[in-house]
Ligand binder design. Sequence first.
Ligand code: MG
Length: 271
Amino acid sequence: MEKLIITIAPTGNVPTKELNPHSPLTTQEIVEDIKKCQKLGASIAHIHVRDENLKPTSDRNLFKGVIDRLDEEKIDIIKQLSTGARGGENTVDWRGQMLDLNVEMASLATGSSNFASSVNANSPQLIRALAKKMYDNNIKPEIEAFDVAMIHNAVKFLKKGILKGPLHFNLVMNVPGSIPGTPKNLMFMVDSLPPGSTWSVCGIGYSQVQIITMSILLGGHVRTGLEDVLKMTDGSLATNELLVKRVVRIANELGREIATTDEARKILGLA
Ligand code: MG
């Protein structure tokens, strides 16, 4: 089986210091957590940033701040920027403003769904425009599929040449308002992927351990981090380091080796 790519998603849009005081929200905190997680085995960093009020934003300067620091400290990790719908204005110019930065990947949701209290609004026009900007800047999209329809949309975009294969998916499961994180649903999603795709999973909240373990067994890759889960199974507060350590521990038990950053680049066709 291919080696396991671990993505660390340290920050996201939802965590606050009240929900979990270990949430990295400032540039310095985000960089420190990514640094520690890279040492533990993470090869991709899925990056979100917060403004001066610690609210989610798509502000290019803040993304640049994190990337510059990672580059200065020579942290060898694939940088993947979020173009998600919760960073402010829902326009291509706002959500795609950071796509001229020197990074290898960015997230791209290929359909719309609900979050707990807002809409994950991604119109066909917006998806097309963000995809174009990514390819123009030599950035590989990670297709974020919150349900099976988003996989089918991605296949449609692939046929039209708007997306270029082989595709890499992140199957986002158990977001309130999206596909529940169950083993059956994971199998359904994996069976729906176009041939030759690579894929990763993120299970939100309590579904995480089960979904991650299944993905490791099935040959998929995994994402973890406080963006996706705030507590460990026993109810204690999680940290990004503890979450990466847990993935490594499960992979070790199951006999799946962890990919280095260069190995992850090869698997994803980034080299
Ligand atoms: Mg995200």
